[in-house]
Ligand binder design. Structure first.
Ligand code: NAD
Length: 500
């Protein structure tokens, strides 16, 4: 990757949230240097679009191999700049390789021209081409520095676009390292440009200059950027916040489900857009489930470091720990009870917070409806599955949902939930790792989708090329318009069944 020096030479030092040690330093770009990256990306794009898809595929598969080869180094870096536990970091490596493999194999088919149905078969021959949009701008958050930065770049690049990516300011090092792996895999210079900088400068420049904007972050920022993209009439995808529900059904086998439910709530220290923040437990199993779940949470090993056995790491910074503490204090002051947790763990590091389970949360508590984005879940007991479904859907969000119970019961509930993904007997992993299926949010959780065929095709413009032969659509010379209209009416009538 080319590294352009900032005009004011400003840099940013990244510290490990778990213990405050310095992880690395990077250029921190102004809008001016970011503009240079965009110009380079724009100049390179036609050449990259002319590179055969087969060649792009080879590069992507080499990237896949390099991610796996450098797995240990990547896991260390992700953990060090983000503070998460190792298993959560591994989910990033897994996703990156999986997404690269999936789209490497799928791109050829998706980008091939398709034949389209026409009004006058034989006389009209129509194909649909898929051209890259140009320069794709990607703005990423800090919670998954590899996945949320690179996994959206993968289909954009395979589709023949060049990419300018702004990672979050607190976690740019992983994205920069991934760009080096792309270069090692053979991706030409200027195709993928990682440009650390602020949202105000670099982010806004992408909003103003890119031909397509892919944003992952809060619903508040997403709404602003969507309206800016709308002003420019460019394509926009927003993967935004969530307040994800989990339902434990009347027929759930409690012993079997508690550890899966725990993972659903506290992965990545709860800083996961698709993790669970509220739970609806059927009264038939509540007396058994609640104490078993609380005991399971109390067994969690919390800490920093690279040990695979740690169940939960640090939050991203002290501000985030303060935010989580404020949410919990507000709920408790309004009558919620703490079943476990509810406190900072400052002896472990400056930004650790205990995994927390709340009961009796009143509706006026902020966290009843707002996203905490931390290791806090509340439980409500419900008298029926219908009540659980109604409560699960009673939200402005609709990103992910989960149902734990007998599959036959869970499937019926799943089809009534208003969410982009519903996981059965899993918190989020089954839906997320189904890379061939769309992933994204209803309501305020998003616009557009990643994954699935649409996750690549959104980075293309369609071009319909239609050739007219034998007879013009308006009718051949020498045939009266009325006769031609009768002929077309006849063709429509008898073609109805043929065209099925
Ligand atoms: P954020 O919206 O504050 O920031 C996200 C990114 O946008 C950062 O890179 C930031 O620098 C940039 N940014 C902020 N303001 C900008 C502006 N005005 N113009 C251009 N760029 C700007 O979000 P956050 O707090 O960093 O991330 C947490 C949120 O992201 C949570 O709500 C979480 O649910 C959501 N999230 C969603 C998904 C998903 O896939 N749906 C995934 C991860 C996180």
């Amino acid at each position: 990757m080319t590294t352009l020096l900032n005009q004011d030479n400003s840099t940013k030092t990244i510290k490990n949230p778990a213990d405050g040690t310095i992880v690395g330093t990077t250029n921190y770009h102004s809008a001016d240097t970011a503009r240079e990256y965009i110009e380079r990306a724009r100049a390179k794009q036609p050449e990259w679009a002319a590179t055969p898809v087969k060649e792009r595929k080879k590069i992507m598969l080499r990237y896949h191999d390099l991610v796996l080869k450098h797995q240990k180094e990547l896991l260390d870096l992700i953990q060090d700049e983000n503070g998460k536990n190792r298993r959560s970091a591994f989910e990033e490596v897994l996703d990156s390789a999986l997404t690269a493999r999936h789209y490497a194999y799928r791109a050829g088919k998706l980008l091939r021209s398709d034949r389209a149905k026409v009004a006058l078969p034989i006389a009209t021959k129509t194909r649909v081409e898929h051209a890259p949009v140009g320069v794709v701008g990607i703005i990423a958050p800090w919670n998954y520095p590899l996945v949320l930065a690179l996994s959206d770049a993968i289909p954009a690049i395979l589709a023949g676009n060049t990419v300018v990516l702004k990672p979050d300011s607190s976690t740019p090092l992983t994205a920069l390292r991934a760009a080096e792996l792309f270069a090692e895999a053979g991706l030409p210079k200027d195709v993928l440009n990682v440009v650390p900088g602020s949202g105000r400068e670099v982010g806004q420049l992408l909003v103003q200059e890119a031909d397509y904007l892919m944003f992952t972050g809060s619903s508040e920022t997403g709404a602003k950027l969507a309206s800016q993209a709308g002003e420019r009439l460019i394509g926009f995808s927003g993967e935004l916040g969530g307040k994800n529900p989990l339902i434990v059904t009347a027929d759930a086998d409690v012993d079997k489900v508690v550890s899966g439910v725990r993972h659903a709530c506290f992965s990545n220290t709860g800083q996961l857009c698709i993790s669970i923040e509220r739970m609806y437990v059927h009264r038939a199993v509540a007396d058994e489930f609640i104490p078993a779940f609380v005991r399971c949470v109390e067994k969690m090993r919390i800490g920093g470091g690279h040990d695979w056995d740690i169940d939960m790491g640090s939050l991203i910074n002290e501000d985030q720990a303060d935010t989580v503490a404020e949410f919990v204090e507000d709920a408790v002051s309004k009558g919620a009870t703490v079943a476990t947790g509810g406190k900072r763990l400052t002896d472990l590091g400056p930004a650790f917070y205990a995994p927390t389970v709340l009961l009796n949360v009143p509706e006026d508590a902020r966290l009843y409806r707002e996203e905490v984005f931390g290791p806090v879940v509340y439980i409500e007991v419900v008298d029926s599955h219908e009540e659980a479904i109604a409560k699960a859907n009673d939200t402005d969000y609709g990103l992910n949902a989960s149902v734990f119970g007998k599959p036959s019961t869970a499937h019926k509930i799943a089809s009534q939930l208003q969410a982009g993904t519903v996981n059965i007997n899993e918190g989020y992993g089954a839906g997320w790792s189904s890379v061939g299926a769309p992933m994204g949010g209803w309501k305020r959780s998003g616009v557009g989708r990643r994954h699935g065929d649409g996750g690549l095709l959104k980075y293309t413009e369609s071009r319909t090329v239609a050739e007219q032969r034998i007879v013009p659509i308006a009718g051949p010379d020498g045939i009266a318009p009325e006769r031609w209209a009768q002929a077309l009416t006849f063709a429509l009538k008898y073609g109805r069944d043929l065209m099925r």
